[in-house]
Design a protein around this ligand. Structure first.
Ligand SMILES: [Ca+2]
Ligand SMILES: [Ca+2]
Length: 694
């Protein structure tokens, strides 16, 4: 008895512990879940709190400074449309301002100072200021610091205002310095920020605007053309110190962290250099020293460090021995899960396929294989972001464009790459505007211009074809799949390349703040909106379709299959099987009205109205299928004498006689005769609008 009591007591204690644990688990899960739904309408500041970081899904966007030069030729209202004032600060958690470059002594320089011939093997990048001093030949100051009040004569008032902003200047002087920018003795005008805010016609800069909205801003260093000196910098303690000193200047200017855009670490070809085997170890030392220096300089603040990585598993393997040390220093691993096929490809392929697909040129270039590599290397998934491109990649094929069709290569010269061999499509996506990589918004503008959109259901991405031109891109449908992928695999989030790509300007007139910065009303961004970490693609529209004709059971498959079922306003569609069954899976929630259209040659199209997709929808059952009427031979939406006349053309025919058309044989009795005319008569004088409501 005593033993039994003891066991009972023990069991109840265990039960209590299990209860507490399970409550905790539920609580912890709920925490994670609700936190995940942050990223946040109010733009809270998740990344500043390391403890919470893994619970938050990130939306990180590259914001480039040179795209502000783009004008109407890129399908936008004009220069200045692509600045921080026209992006939605509520939907990003971090913005990666790009780019700063690495000079031969390891120091950093502003992107505007990049050597024009940096693609040439013997050209070195000389040290230069961090910020381009001249506000008229660069967008950098306008974007980072906001509206400029150019000072052409330094009186006492201007000198005081300038000093308050960190400038060094004397009353009556004709030069100025800004040590934080590494600008010394620059000529007038002196570009101080215009104070007084919006009421005074002054717009905030990126740093201020982002911080007002709880968004972090990282300084992105490197990129395809400015990574040249990364390997030698990381290998040399003096150059590393130069690098870190300039990182500290960027933090002083107001950046929240440093994003290493070293393309690529390891013995691989960059655009204009080749790395070494020692890169992996040197990279590890670099981030470790960066972390130590940042922690020392900012003991009460967490400075972010992130880094981009090739999505190619072969370029990731080398990190494996170092990943534990790297992980102690960095916050995010940003995988460049795009640029997988393009102007260098031998066959037309997808820029950023989610999964491998039949006939792919390199079967490792897809999100799945990258994820596998990330796991093999040991990068913690809750710090890994996968990249989505808000641009497409166009190539020219040797003959009619198709997925996996051979491409047509030629010699060409582009900036900053120099002479290249490429199949990139500069006909539709011109050089020096897009270089074959159009923005999503421009693709949308061109879509009706003879292009046919297709969907690869293996890779889960769209593409477009027109004559010999092939374009791979991402749209709302593929971005929804990619967001879902990030959720299902517990990744940290998504990184967007780049934030301007999906902007659609509802107005061609905006409000000027000074004479450069302009803010437009009604700017839409549907790809950003499609990044959704709270709503799983979960709903299903299914049902059964049956033609309203009399046919023999043995012929059922012929008459029930082949009805196309489409969801209006989306690219989702399917076709009925031999039982008349259809099913469209993984639909996102749609609160706007959608219609489900059923159509097939020689049948009246039927549209079923549904208010919204907020649950699974079934239309028709196997016992009571949705009926569709046969007899609209000319597909004009009405059944009448014209259809009988058309059927008469094949009257009295049978399979094999050269006249028989299977689609005209409604009852599938292998003869086109009076029975088929009777089918038409049954539905005579009806139109698509005569279907009963469901
Ligand atoms: Ca008709
Ligand atoms: Ca027949």
């Amino acid at each position: 008895m005593a033993l039994k009591n003891k066991i009972i007591r023990k069991l109840s204690a265990i039960t209590a512990v299990i209860y507490i644990l399970s409550t905790f688990a539920v609580y912890a899960f709920a925490e994670t879940d609700s936190a995940a739904s942050v990223i946040s309408p109010t733009g809270s500041t998740p990344a500043s709190k390391p403890a919470n970081r893994q619970a938050i899904r990130q939306v990180i966007g590259y914001i480039t400074q040179w795209d502000a030069w783009q004008d109407h030729k890129a399908g936008i209202p004009g220069q200045g449309a692509y600045t921080h004032l026209n992006i939605d600060m509520h939907k990003y958690s971090i913005l990666n301002y790009s780019s700063f470059g690495v000079a031969k002594d390891g120091s950093l320089h502003g992107g505007d100072y990049m050597h024009k011939n940096i693609y040439q093997a013997d050209v070195m990048q000389d040290p230069a200021p961090l910020i381009m001093y001249d506000p008229y030949s660069s967008w950098e100051q306008h974007i980072l610091f906001g509206t400029i009040d150019p000072v052409y004569y330094v009186n006492q008032e201007k000198a005081d205002a300038a000093k308050a902003q960190g400038f060094q200047v004397s009353v009556g002087g004709d030069t100025w310095s800004q040590p934080d920018w590494k600008v010394y003795n620059a000529p007038l005008p002196m570009p101080i920020h215009k104070t007084g805010g919006e009421a005074n016609g002054s717009a905030p800069g990126l740093l201020e605007l982002a911080h007002q909205n709880g968004v972090k801003v990282m300084a992105s260093v490197g990129g395809r053309s400015m990574s040249k000196h990364y390997p030698e910098m990381a290998a040399d303690p003096v150059k590393r110190q130069n690098f870190i000193n300039d990182c500290l200047l960027l933090l002083k200017i107001g950046f929240d962290g440093i994003d290493l855009d070293w393309e690529y670490v390891g013995p691989y070809d960059g655009m204009n250099f080749k790395g070494t085997d020692d890169d992996f170890q040197n990279y590890t030392i670099l981030v470790k020293e960066m972390r130590a220096a940042f922690d020392k300089a900012y003991p009460s603040k967490h400075i972010l460090i992130s880094s981009c990585f090739s999505a190619d598993y072969r370029k990731l393997e080398g990190f494996k021995p170092f990943v534990r040390d790297i992980d102690a220093s960095i916050d995010y691993y940003n995988m460049m899960t795009y640029d997988m096929n393009g102007g260098w490809s031998n066959i037309a392929g997808h820029n950023s396929p989610l999964h491998d697909y039949t006939g792919s040129e390199v079967n490792a270039f897809n999100w799945d294989r990258c994820l596998q590599a990330v796991k093999e290397v040991g990068m913690p998934l809750n710090k890994v972001n996968f990249g989505v491109s808000f641009y497409g990649r166009g190539v020219i094929c040797q003959s009619a464009a198709a997925l996996n069709a051979p491409t047509l290569k030629r010699q060409d010269t582009v900036r900053p790459d120099g002479p290249i061999t490429t199949c990139a499509d500069f006909t539709n996506w011109p050089k020096d505007i897009f270089d074959g990589t159009p923005s999503y918004s421009y693709i949308k503008q061109q879509m009706s211009n003879g292009w046919t959109r297709k969907w690869d259901n293996q890779a889960k991405v769209p593409y477009m074809v027109k004559d010999n031109y092939f374009l791979s891109y991402d749209d709302v449908q593929s971005i929804q799949h990619k967001s879902q992928y990030v959720v299902e695999n517990n990744l940290a989030g998504i990184i967007v390349r780049q934030v301007f790509g999906d902007l659609e300007f509802g107005s061609s007139t905006g409000t000027y703040y000074g004479n450069r910065l302009i803010k437009y009303p009604n700017v839409k961004h549907e790809l950003l909106d499609a990044i959704n970490f709270t709503t799983p693609l979960q709903y299903k529209v299914s049902g059964y379709v049956n033609p309203d004709v009399t046919y023999a059971d043995s012929d059922a498959d012929k008459v029930k299959s082949g009805f196309k079922v489409e969801i209006s306003g989306t690219f989702y569609s399917t076709v009925t099987d031999t039982n008349g069954y259809f099913e469209i899976n993984n639909l996102p929630v749609s609160t706007s009205q959608v219609n489900i259209k059923i159509s097939k040659t020689n049948y009246l199209a039927r549209t079923i109205s549904r208010a919204s997709i907020t649950n699974n929808i079934q239309i028709g059952t196997s016992i009571a299928p949705t009926s569709v009427w046969a007899g609209d031979m000319d597909q004009n939406g009405a059944i009448n004498m014209a259809d009988i006349v058309k059927l008469i053309d094949t009257f009295n025919s049978a399979p094999g006689d050269g006249k028989y058309v299977e689609a005209n044989d409604f009852n599938a009795d292998n003869a086109i005769n009076m029975a088929d005319i009777i089918t038409i008569i049954d539905h005579y004088n009806t139109t698509s609008s005569n279907y009963p409501n469901i």
